[in-house]
Design a protein around this ligand. Structure first.
Ligand SMILES: [Zn+2]
Length: 123
């Protein structure tokens, strides 16, 4: 697949996520989840990565768009942002002191050993 087509698919996927957010705000949860699922399917078929800022707008587990106060609870405790999906109970912690750590769950590729301390150590 050429890169031009991939770009178009990625654009479509991002659009779908935006639409899913709108739907979720209006309370149409089932449809909004479907839109997110569709976006993920597009991205995986084209082997493109959905940008982080889009990825963070929905729950990784149940794919519900996360809207604070509606489908998501946000809390900051000692500089750690805690996001809870109210649909499935998925919890994610973000270290607000170090934005580079916001990079989701995959840290396997990190070249620097010192990245592995801190927020990634749960429990
Ligand atoms: Zn969820």
């Amino acid at each position: 697949m050429d890169s031009l087509k991939r770009g178009a698919i990625l654009e479509r996927a991002m659009k779908l996520i935006e639409m899913a957010m709108e739907l979720a705000k209006r309370g149409d949860m089932d449809l909004s989840r479907e839109y997110v699922n569709l976006a993920l399917q597009y991205a995986s078929k084209a082997r493109v990565k959905i940008p982080l800022r889009y990825k963070r707008t929905f729950c990784r587990k149940c794919h519900t768009p996360l809207i604070p106060g509606i489908t998501e609870r946000r809390r900051i405790r000692s500089k750690i942002l805690i996001r809870v999906c109210l649909t499935c109970g998925w919890i994610r912690r973000y270290d607000t002191r170090n934005p580079t750590r916001l990079k989701g769950s995959k840290i396997g590729r990190s070249r620097h050993k010192d990245r592995e301390d801190g927020i990634n150590r749960r429990s």
